[in-house]
Design a protein around this ligand. Sequence first.
Ligand code: SAJ
Length: 418
Amino acid sequence: RKLTVVGLGYIGLPTSAMFAKHGWNVVGVDVNERAIEKLNRGEIHIEEVGLPEVVAEVVATGKLRGSLQPEKADCFIVAVPTPHNADNTADLSYVVSATNSIVPYLEKGNVVIIESTIPPRTIDDVVAPILREAGFEPGVDVYLAHCPERVLPGRILIELVENTRIVGGINAISATKAAEVYATFVQGQILETSALSAEMAKLMENTYRDVNIALANELVKISEKLGVDALEVISLANHHPRVNLHQPGPGVGGHCLAVDPYFIIEKAPEEAQIIALARKTNNSMPAFTIKQINKLISSKDAKIAAFGLTYKGNIDDVRESPAMDIVNELLHEGYNVSVFDPHVHQEQVKFTLSNFEDAVKDAELIVVLTDHDEFKVMDEETITKLMKQAQILDTKNCVKVSDDAIKYVNFGTLKGNV
Ligand code: SAJ
């Protein structure tokens, strides 16, 4: 069987490789010429554990190849990004152009699957009309489904196989046809449902996490006021069998949690009150972090060492990162900031990156903004020797400090205003 995958990013490329490994003849399509050239040499343009080996193997056996143009196939998978506009509404232009690009190659009986994250009703109101206009009645002439992706970067190849899949068809037969496609390699359950339920379920998973983190961040603000240790409260409350408060931090980043809730808000702004407030609360955390920094330094001219720029620990992705927002804001306001992140390359950012020693030298404060493993235990001798004032503000509650000479503050031990 033949598969055409449009979009070879973090989802499309591993998905293409998995289908190819399990016997499908796969054509991976992307507008990025460099990505296609690399793929056809058996190399990849993104970082993901285990992926280079699988891609090298399936390209060598001829099961996967890259192309700038879609081709006829039994099944088409669209896995292009859904960025958001300045007003936080979904920008569906990639999904629309990817769907348009496969239309000339469609034949009766084909299965069309949208994996990109989309606002509720997009399959019914945006994708189906494109196919209908081209003369294919969705659910009758071609089968149309939304199968949202829920894999976690760093574990993609494992989660693609093991996770439960939601397969939402525009009608029941479409869901069944799409489920048959994934049954090729998915070992988790495959849940068949409607396209609309699938769209909403995907968005609610990330919204649940965002709202829960907002609750933890709100608790930090309340605790600062009342002089309570928020982190201790979370840990105590989480001993209850039905409570799972998430962890507070300098904000919520990434292309999923910080974006997907807006796709619900845009469709039901009056009703999505808690969801919108959670976004607002999480977006307020960079400013809250800067307020805490100010409490710990002697003046605006004091040197601050910012540790960590990525949106979460042990990855190299700085897009949609609250740590970047904090560093950029401090620099913009004229603070004296040095930046250290062992996972980030100089080309990724506009300001200059320092090594550990240069970053901490003469600084009055280290502010930890990302929970990289490298920050969990630091070289305390260097810190006490080189820093003007040995202090750490740990927004991720990840650093273990053993030397009493180092002042350690986290979001549980903020000075109360009482
Ligand atoms: N964060 C907190 N406190 C927490 C947990 C996370 O502040 O307790 C922050 C992180 O630091 C980060 C942000 O939230 O800035 C997002 O991190 P994450 O690890 O929750 O998730 P992502 O964005 O890397 O991936 C999520 C996952 N969704 C869920 O766990 C429900 C993943 O399974 C999805 O595939 C992915 O979104 C996606 O593509 O939608």
